[in-house]
Write a protein that binds this ligand. Structure first.
Ligand code: SF4
Length: 281
């Protein structure tokens, strides 16, 4: 059985950087806290917890404590509040996410209505809208677009995109927005690792008998890879680790394509490959 692993599978540079910063911070500071999980992957979360970094749901007194800002970034309000409470802040926000913040802030200052295409509840999207003085419009699908009349009110608008969105879906939304908004500026802020992963997922799913997409059920970018793959290859399976692999998937199969989300460790992918080779054995 031929097994092909996507070159882009696994950690992106933003996740690698955030992990490096987190582990370094944990090695030199005593009380390190994080609002939520570092990334959406249970194994990585375990590594971080073993390094001594504690997850908290909300900020409390911050004296002699360090707050680590995750790769997704956070709102200005959270920064302000943490500083006021006395936390030392270590910012591991991905530089690609910071770029989205900069664009949104700049265009709002120029009186553009800011539109964010992304998952309404995702921390990255909350972090983007949380940079702005005026409320942004968040659109997560064609269905969630406001009425024609509301859109027409925006004389000029700037669109930024959550870094892990699917460009094909984004394009559909942009086409609709263009119909109603006179002056629309589109900033494709989907990051390069996401684009490469999605592109490779397309190619692999078309060129292999089955596709395995590895990543946590909580990982939005893994979900996107699965959706892309499933739309092109019916035999696409979303697994979290080698434990989820079913032997009957491989009967009569000659080739397997594999990709993994941005927060999936390489060790997990290697274990999947090993298990497939054993099954093919
Ligand atoms: S997916 Fe993209 S934006 Fe998100 S952390 Fe990775 S490189 Fe940064």
């Amino acid at each position: 059985m031929k097994v092909t692993v996507a070159k882009s599978a696994g950690f992106c540079f933003g996740v690698k950087r955030a992990l490096k910063i987190a582990l370094h911070t944990a090695s030199c500071e005593k009380n390190v806290y994080m609002l939520g999980d570092i990334v959406h992957n249970e194994d990585v979360v375990k590594t971080i917890s073993e390094a001594g970094i504690k997850k908290i749901a909300k900020l409390s007194a911050g004296k002699e404590k360090t707050l680590l800002i995750r790769a997704h970034g956070t709102s200005k309000e959270t920064f302000k509040k943490a500083k006021k409470l006395g936390y030392k802040i270590v910012d591991a926000t991905c530089l690609m996410v910071k770029e989205i913040h900069k664009i949104a802030i700049k265009k709002q200052k120029q009186n553009y209505k800011i539109i964010v295409i992304g998952d309404k509840k995702h921390d990255e999207v909350r972090g983007i809208t949380g940079q702005l003085k005026k409320k942004a419009l968040v659109v997560d699908s064609l269905k969630s677009l406001p009425s024609k009349a509301t859109l027409k009110k925006y004389k000029k608008a700037a669109v930024v995109v959550q870094s892990t969105q699917n460009i094909e879906e984004v394009k559909k939304i942009i086409e609709k927005l263009k119909i109603h908004i006179q002056r629309l500026e589109f900033y494709n802020t989907i990051c390069q690792p996401t684009s490469s992963k999605q592109q490779e997922a397309k190619t692999l799913s078309l060129n292999n008998d089955i596709m395995l997409i590895i990543g946590s059920r909580t990982s939005a970018n893994t979900k996107r890879l699965y959706e892309i793959s499933k739309s092109l290859n019916e035999k696409s399976y979303w697994i979290q680790s080698q434990k989820d692999i079913k032997k009957n998937w491989f009967s009569g199969i000659k080739s397997v394509g594999i990709t993994a989300g941005a927060s999936t460790p390489n060790t997990t992918t290697k274990e999947v490959v090993k298990k497939i080779k054993e099954l093919a054995g």
